[in-house]
Write a protein that binds this ligand. Sequence first.
Ligand SMILES: [Fe+2]
Ligand SMILES: [Fe+2]
Length: 309
Amino acid sequence: MNVPEMVPARATQLPYFREIPLYAKVGEERFTLYKPAGMTISEMRIGTERLPSPLYISRSDKLKGLQETQEAFNKNLRSQVASGETEAIKTTVISIVEETLLEPRSGGLEGLSETVDILIGDYAKESNVVKNLIDLSGTDYSSTIHSINVMALSLRYAFSTSMSAKETKTLGLSALLHDTGKSKLPPSILQAPRRLTDEEFRLMQTHCTEGYDIITNCSFNDHRIALVALEHHEKRDGTGYPVGKKNCDTLSEIVAIIDCYEAITTDERPYRNAMIPLEALYLLKKEVENGKYRRKFFEAFAYSLTRDL
Ligand SMILES: [Fe+2]
Ligand SMILES: [Fe+2]
């Protein structure tokens, strides 16, 4: 068997592989079948502590492996939502988003569509799932947590403004995927414990077009999901990036406000402290007065935060 065809499987995905065969390395360029297709590791009755590490999968199975993982997570999420297991819901949502955004691509991102569906389903609404998802703990703040928070706040906005179910889902998915392009940036920029240099900031700005390209290649049925990734750093007075566009899609304008609010109310950067919600709203209001954001979206967002939905 050819070595370059094999890649280490992600340990977090291993329990969910059923149709994906797993291989163990037995020599410099030799692999042996460890788990055949058609069963999971637990069905082989092998404790995870005894697994060879790492196990390998064929490179061509990577996407299918992610899809199997997503299916399992979405299935778990559905039952956790039905039984109102708040903490388990958070853990599952973080896991599925983390696995998906690690290497975002066509065929993978689409799995999150079902996740959003579950989160806005009837059961979820009854048990306030979205409300409980907001403010995920800031101790291990990451792009994943940021994206989930922006999604949860956006869904709250959608419920508060009585958007249709279809529009709610599109807004939620757009929010969840708005920073998809960040996966292309080096960790040295994403986790820089200081302000970025001009050159680093220029590179950071490419996450908008990168995200747009990735999402455009996916089979979502609404082009606005890609547009939000492209436009969420634009400002109405043309001072935003990547191009200084003044008239953006409505969903982009909404996500832009929520994205900014989420970033300044959490300890995203070690060199600055998180603002309390009221301070953040005050700052955003100033931005509205300076022509950066549209007043009606800001007001609707501020209102959605105070409403008990
Ligand atoms: Fe962004
Ligand atoms: Fe963001």
